[in-house]
Design a protein around this ligand. Structure first.
Ligand SMILES: CC(C)(COP(=O)(O)OP(=O)(O)OC[C@H]1O[C@@H](n2cnc3c(N)ncnc32)[C@H](O)[C@@H]1OP(=O)(O)O)[C@@H](O)C(=O)NCCC(=O)NCCS
Length: 378
């Protein structure tokens, strides 16, 4: 991997970077996590555990987050944050350390005063100066609107580009359970559900040369799969065992379900999913030999497992440019109306940026997001 000063950011001489009458922007560090966590709870209205913060801000094997905060003058209260999380990405034929921008927030009392705009300006400039070619984010409309106005960097590609559009595709596993959520209809449908339950089991049977196994921990076999397979992709998160264990096994809210697929004893892919509190399955990640039979088999294996677990539906958020959209639909998923962007923020034009702006070269799933659980999406 190329040398990159990104991870050495903590040795900064002057952490204060911008001052206004009511607030100032400065570098944050681990001492600000408590304030950041409280701000998160105020902004999102739900609790967030210190473990959850630690997992994302510190335990990421690509390195600790770089944090910038806006602090209220006088009180020292944190009123806005802009963390960026280091992310190892393979771009073309090499590994590059970029960043995923997440957890952006401004306290409701400080909104629409340009605090977030200033934070983004500061952070984007810093990333540019560190030599980071681009960052990416799964952003909502409010954040994207600010990003679009804040181009920092050199070259015609500098700025924010909505590169991927994710659509949700759903596979109904049990009409009885789906319609049971509307009790009056649920009672009527029980008998009708029987063919649906028998039918998918048959449709989900895998060819004999493929075998599925449960993965409790990613190990060298997965590193080997990554080494053998990565060059067949354009731009994607480095899926080695270190990353995969952190991302899918070690979240404080619990491990994802992971299934591996072998043919003649050799690992050819894996699929990771979670089941939400309502009994819906969410496919988070899928990787292996980029071949329709493997992709379909991984999907079928996960659907079979979700059926066993009593799930009502299975969902997958798929980038519209993913080369296997057709395969996913042929397995039986159908498209819902929602659409969510993944944006790339270019700071340094060049071959990395060119590759990262080509939607057809990305292999990204919703599990690439910097959130523990997928069931809630922007
Ligand atoms: C998105 C969010 C971080 C924006 O924070 P903010 O500090 O209000 O952002 P800014 O004030 O810099 O910009 C917001 C808008 O106010 C405008 N603005 C900036 N300075 C202003 C000022 N002095 N007076 C009036 N409006 C101003 C900006 O141009 C921008 O307009 P737009 O929405 O048309 O693009 C904030 O709304 C938030 O915390 N939302 C909830 C959490 C969230 O959704 N985070 C993003 C997750 S992806």
């Amino acid at each position: 991997m190329e040398a990159n000063p990104f991870v050495h950011h903590r040795a900064v001489a002057n952490p204060m970077v911008l001052q206004r009458d009511e607030w100032k922007i400065r570098r944050g560090d681990a001492a600000d996590y408590e304030g950041t966590r409280h701000l998160w709870e105020t902004v999102h209205g739900v609790p967030r555990s210190p473990d959850s913060m630690h997992w994302l801000y510190e335990a990421n094997p690509a390195g600790p987050c770089q944090l910038w905060v806006a602090e209220e003058m006088g009180t020292g209260r944190i009123v806005a944050t802009r963390p960026v999380f280091p992310w190892r990405v393979r771009v073309g034929h090499r590994e590059v350390l970029v960043a995923q921008a997440g957890d952006a927030m401004t306290h409701p009392e400080f909104r629409r005063r340009g605090v977030f705009t200033s934070l983004v300006q500061v952070v984007w400039s810093e990333l540019r100066d560190q030599g980071v070619p681009f960052s990416f984010s799964f952003s909502n409309a409010g954040a994207l609107s600010v990003y679009r106005k804040t181009a920092v960097g050199q070259g015609s590609r500098a700025g924010t580009h909505e590169v991927l559009w994710f659509r949700r595709l759903v596979y109904p596993l049990s009409w009885r359970l789906i319609l049971g959520r509307t009790p009056a209809i649920g009672g009527l449908i029980t008998g009708l559900d029987l063919p649906r339950r028998v039918f998918p089991r048959r449709r989900l049977t895998l060819p004999k040369h493929l075998s599925v196994f449960r993965v409790d921990r990613f190990d060298r076999e997965f590193d080997d799969l990554w080494i053998r397979t990565a060059q067949q992709y354009g731009v994607l998160t480095v899926r080695d065992s270190r990353y995969l264990n952190w991302r899918f096994m070690d979240p404080p809210t619990g491990a994802f379900q992971v299934l591996g697929l072998r043919t003649q004893g050799e690992l050819v892919g894996y699929i990771a999913f979670e089941v939400d509190a309502q009994g819906n399955g969410w496919i988070a990640d899928l990787f292996g030999l980029p071949n329709p039979e493997i992709v379909a088999a991984l999907l079928r294996a996960s659907l079979g497992a979700m059926l066993e677990m009593g799930c009502a539906t299975a969902s997958i958020l798929v980038a519209t440019d993913n080369p296997f959209v057709r395969v996913i639909r042929d397995v039986g998923f159908f498209q819902r109306a929602d659409r969510f962007p993944m944006a790339v923020h270019v700071y340094r034009d060049g071959v990395d940026a060119e590759t990262a702006l080509d939607a057809r070269r990305w292999w990204a799933w919703y599990g690439d997001r910097d959130v523990e659980r997928l069931a809630k999406h922007p």
